[in-house]
Design a protein around this ligand. Structure first.
Ligand code: ADP
Length: 630
């Protein structure tokens, strides 16, 4: 029989398993039992909706069969089984690819980390076995197949005989060594302890034939005799973790459950539990991951919670349960109110489900606010991972959710190193300040160093420092917070000066009208206007914008794919009225128009740089500078 080869990444994983020095090899049992339970879940679910499957709940079991003579441990289930094709495709590749970024640390990732934290499914059985035989018969089929492999050199699949349906996985345990006693996995006490430790909550019975002792019938009281007999024992309590009392479950257990079910290698940042009775009856167990999944901000990411109906899994990822702005939440909902044969389409309109979704959303919101108020460091970590999503949430759907989300936002500011909420900003506003100021830059320090930021700060006001594309859009969508309008410090309309000051600027603009219009023509299309300002302190000039679209927003639009940018910022070159450059320009207007043309262009280019907009044409700028030097 010819051997088939594993795919490259599966092979790497296998290799890692076989050579593993991981000390908790025992987790292989948890993985096999979890697969068996999933397979039963699938068939059980079918039995509830498909009349051709005539099985009832009590018919299902997972059986452990240790055989000391043969040195094998078998895990047998009567779940959905696998067809020949499924045996090849499901056991020949890693289902969880993507979780394993082999390229990250060269070709040899730390196996201890990966195995311990992910669990690694079926392949983990190779940590304890020298050979594995899987016999499976899909429900409804009369053909069974045998899959067999001794590791990296490939696997075979051939027809086999099997009573009933389901899957049996037989591990031929490795010989014991000084450090590793693989034969322990044949001992009753060990198997019992492992099930208790890792698989207690599995909802189907995990049974094993055990040897017990009893008093021989008729043996005298003063000289009792005992005999051994065998009996079936159910090793697990079958109470799902989310049904247990909060006080009964340790944090580690929630974490372990989360990592296993949702394939994360880190503990969750937060566990959220909700149990309600009344209008709708459900239990929810939700988790906020500690970091964003590698594909979180891509189209590949699918949001959703697992959906159970009275303990039966009916959907793996029910998207309707989570709004987009909380798409990072993982977890499950178990409700007794949902019909089992509800279809995906029906779910979208299900009233009960909508009620649950709304109450989950409120719960998540409240928990986040609580975290923000009582566990600030944790909240900042959370916000670093998922804050962008919340800001999109403010902006999305025409701002429909902005009210709910506004207090969850954090922004950097000139106040200190730690990010602030809007509420905190407002509480620090000085008397007479009626707007919330913000500056936009590529980085926090760049936004902080903008000429206009410095000017506003020097007037005693705090400035929010925005660094993400979505930030400005989110603020525009909110328009105001607590009655205070958001104002971009780079806006031409920003006025912090006194009436006299404004008067002085207006007069100067009027008096030097010709100079300013000459300069505008010299610069060309880059600006809509050139004018004086009293808002700057040390800088000679800056770029401000007029109207709703700021220069940074224009830049964001330009980065977006899809052709011509539909919006344009009206840019203004603002010249510091008190800077010596102002006098110099007036002088040149009288004496040397050619030089004024060059100066205007250079002033514009340097104002762009100071305002974080970059150079439009570096070559031309270089040329300009050389020209002025000679
Ligand atoms: P995962 O459980 O994360 O999907 P595994 O490597 O453990 O990854 O298993 C791969 C796939 O093989 C499963 O998704 C399932 O389709 C199939 N499989 C494994 N064990 C069984 C089983 N006992 N019965 C039916 N299918 C199984």
């Amino acid at each position: 029989m010819s051997k088939k080869q594993f795919r490259t990444e599966s092979k790497k994983l296998l290799d890692m398993m076989i050579n593993s020095i991981y000390t908790h090899k025992e987790i292989f049992l948890r993985e096999l039992i979890s697969n068996a339970s999933d397979a039963i879940d699938k068939l059980y679910f079918r039995s509830l909706t498909d009349t051709s499957v005539t099985l009832s709940r009590g018919d299902y079991e997972i059986r452990l069969i240790p055989d000391r003579t043969a040195r094998t441990l078998t895990v047998r289930d009567n779940g959905c089984g696998m067809t020949k094709e499924e045996l090849e495709s499901d056991l020949g590749t890693i289902a969880r690819s993507g979780s394993f970024d082999f390229k990250k640390d060269g070709d040899k990732p730390e196996d201890v980390d990966i195995i311990g934290q992910f669990g690694v499914g079926f392949y983990s059985a190779f940590m304890v076995s020298e050979r594995i035989v899987v016999v499976s018969r899909a429900y409804g089929s009369d053909e069974a197949y045998k899959w067999e492999s001794s590791g990296t050199d490939g696997y075979t699949v051939e027809p086999a005989d099997m009573e009933g349906f389901g899957t049996s996985v037989t591990l031929f345990l490795r010989p014991d060594t000084e450090d590793e006693k693989y034969s322990e996995f044949l001992e009753e006490y060990k198997l019992r302890a492992l099930v208790k430790k890792y698989s207690d909550y599995i909802r189907f019975p995990i049974r094993m034939e055990v040897t017990k002792s009893r008093r021989k019938e008729g043996s005298p009281d003063d000289k009792p005799e005992y005999e051994d007999y065998t009996a079936d024992e159910t090793l697990n309590r079958m109470i799902p973790i989310w049904k247990k009392d909060k006080s009964e479950v340790k944090d580690e257990e929630y974490s372990a459950f989360y990592r296993e079910k949702f394939h994360d290698f880190e503990d969750p940042l937060k566990v959220i539990r909700q149990r309600t009775e009344g209008v709708s009856d459900y239990t929810a167990l939700m988790f906020i991951p500690a970091s964003a999944p590698y594909n979180y901000y891509t189209r590949d990411y699918e949001k959703g919670l697992m959906l159970f109906s009275s303990g039966v899994l009916i959907m793996d990822k029910c998207a309707e349960l989570l709004p987009d702005h909380y798409s990072f939440v993982k977890g499950l909902v178990d409700s007794s109110d949902l019909s089992l044969n509800i279809s995906r389409e029906m779910l979208q309109h299900d009233r009960q489900l909508k009620l649950i979704a709304r109450s989950l959303e409120n719960k998540i919101h409240d928990e986040l606010i609580r975290m923000q108020e009582t566990e600030r460091d944790k909240y900042v970590k959370f916000f670093r991972a998922f804050g962008t999503q919340l800001k999109y949430g403010v902006y999305a759907d025409y701002g429909m959710n902005k009210e709910k989300l506004k207090d969850l936002l954090l922004f950097d500011s000139t106040f200190g190193e730690e990010p602030s909420t809007l509420k905190e900003y407002v509480s620090r506003m000085k008397e007479g300040q009626d707007a919330i100021y913000y500056a936009v830059g590529e980085s926090r320090s760049q936004a902080k160093m903008l000429p206009q930021t410095e000017a506003v700060v020097s007037k005693g006001c705090e400035v929010l420092l925005l660094t993400e594309d979505v930030d400005e859009f989110a603020l525009m969508m909110m328009h105001e917070y607590d009655g205070k309008e958001f104002k971009n410090v780079a806006s031409d309309e920003l006025d912090l000066g006194s009436d006299e000051e404004k008067e002085r600027v207006n007069k100067e603009n009027e008096a030097k009208k010709d100079l300013l219009s000459f300069m505008k023509d010299a610069i060309g299309e880059g600006v809509a206007k050139v004018s004086f300002t009293s808002a700057l302190t040390d800088h000679p000039a800056c770029i401000a914008s007029e109207g709703a679209v700021s220069a940074t927003m224009e830049k964001t639009f330009e980065k977006m794919p899809g052709g011509e940018n539909p919006v344009h910022a009206e840019k203004v070159l603002s010249i510091n009225i008190d800077h010596p450059i102002a006098a110099k320009l007036s002088e040149l207007y009288e004496e040397d128009k050619e030089k004024l043309t060059l100066y205007s262009k250079l002033l514009y280019a340097s104002a762009r740089l100071a305002s974080g907009l970059g150079t439009e044409d570096p070559a031309a700028l270089g040329e300009l500078i050389t020209k002025l030097m000679v």
